[in-house]
Design a protein around this ligand. Structure first.
Ligand code: HEC
Length: 130
C-alpha cells in the first residue's frame, strides 16, 4: 500500500496544492496592492487637518466651500470626474494641474500626504463615490 510510488505521488500532489495555494495568495496580494495604489497613501490626522485649512484658503475660491460649483468643470459633487475619480487620479490632477485652465499644479506647494488628504476631501463631495 504505502510503497515509494504512492508516497511520491502524494508528495507531488501536496506540492502542487501548496503551489496553487500560494499563487492564489500571491494573486490576492497583487490585487490588494493594486487597490491600495488606487486608494493612494493614507494621510495622517495632521495632514487631514492641514488639508481642511488649505481647501478653505486655496481651493474654495474657485471650487466653493461645498464643492458644488455652478461651473461644471469645477464641480466636485455632480459625479463627473474629467481627470479620473480614484484617489490616485485626483491626487495627480491636484499635483499636476490641468494645463490650459485655471487649475494650476500644487505639487510644490503641499506635501504628498496633504495632497492625498485634499484628494479624499474633494472626492467626499461626490455622494456617488465611496
Ligand atoms: C483659480 C481657480 C482654481 C483654484 C484656486 C483651484 N482650482 Fe481646481 N480646478 C479649476 C478649474 C478651472 C478646473 C477644471 C479644469 C478642466 O477644465 O478640466 C479644476 C479642476 C480640478 C479638479 C479636477 C476635477 C475633475 O473633474 O476631474 C480637481 C481634483 C481640483 N481642481 C482640485 C483642486 C484643489 C484641491 C485645489 C486647491 C488646492 C484647487 N483645485 C484649486 C480651478 C481652480
Amino acid at each position: 500500500m504505502l510503497n515509494a510510488r504512492t508516497v511520491g505521488t502524494a508528495c507531488l500532489a501536496l506540492v502542487m496544492m501548496v503551489g496553487t495555494g500560494s499563487s492564489l495568495l500571491m494573486a490576492q496580494a497583487g490585487k490588494k496592492k493594486a487597490a491600495a495604489k488606487a486608494a493612494g497613501p493614507v494621510p495622517t490626522a495632521a495632514e487631514i487637518e492641514s488639508a481642511e485649512e488649505i481647501y478653505k484658503t486655496k481651493c474654495a475660491v474657485c471650487h466653493t466651500m461645498d464643492g458644488n460649483s455652478p461651473i461644471p468643470n469645477m464641480n466636485f459633487s455632480d459625479g463627473e470626474w474629467r481627470h479620473g475619480s480614484t484617489v490616485k487620479d485626483v491626487m495627480s490632477t491636484i499635483s499636476n494641474g490641468v494645463q490650459g485652465t485655471a487649475m494650476m499644479p500644487f505639487k510644490t506647494s503641499f506635501s504628498e500626504g496633504e495632497i492625498a488628504a485634499l484628494a479624499r476631501k474633494v472626492r467626499s463631495f461626490d455622494p456617488k463615490l465611496k
